[in-house]
Design a protein around this ligand. Structure first.
Ligand code: HEC
Length: 105
């Protein structure tokens, strides 16, 4: 009985670990992309090239109570004022969304 439980745990454990690692990689790619395309205006993570205080930081965006994943996606798909039309592939949008969501306190 115990052996069966232990075997089950050993099988399930690494799967969780792999998923967590995949998430971490998405967040890392998202951060790099955000620095490239969003940091022109937004304070992404301590670095902002163009800089204007009128533009919300990514940290502030992530912590707005009504900022759901769908809303973040909407902002990327349908560019907001001043934001150039970006044609990012779906997987890059996923990564940027994962990165912004990782900034939630
Ligand atoms: C050319 C400047 C510019 C670029 C580049 C830019 N943004 Fe923005 N962004 C703004 C401005 C200005 C606002 C605030 C005005 C508004 O909400 O429309 C804003 C607002 C937002 C908001 C909504 C914040 C809120 O409080 O409602 C999100 C989400 C967002 N940007 C995400 C992104 C992401 C993700 C990228 C990169 C893929 C990006 N932006 C690139 C200028 C920019």
């Amino acid at each position: 009985m115990h052996a069966v439980l232990l075997a089950g745990f050993l099988l399930v454990g690494p799967v969780f670990a792999e998923e967590a690692a995949a998430d971490d990689m998405a967040v890392e790619r998202g951060e790099a992309l955000s620095r490239q395309v969003c940091a022109l205006c937004h304070l992404v993570n301590g670095s902002r090239a163009g800089a204007s205080d009128a533009v919300p930081t990514f940290h502030a965006i992530a912590n707005q109570p009504d900022m759901t994943e769908a809303r973040i996606r909407g902002f990327i798909y349908a560019p907001h004022p001043q934001m150039p039309t970006l044609q990012l592939p779906e997987n890059e949008i996923d990564d940027i969304v994962a990165y912004i969501e990782s900034l939630r306190d």
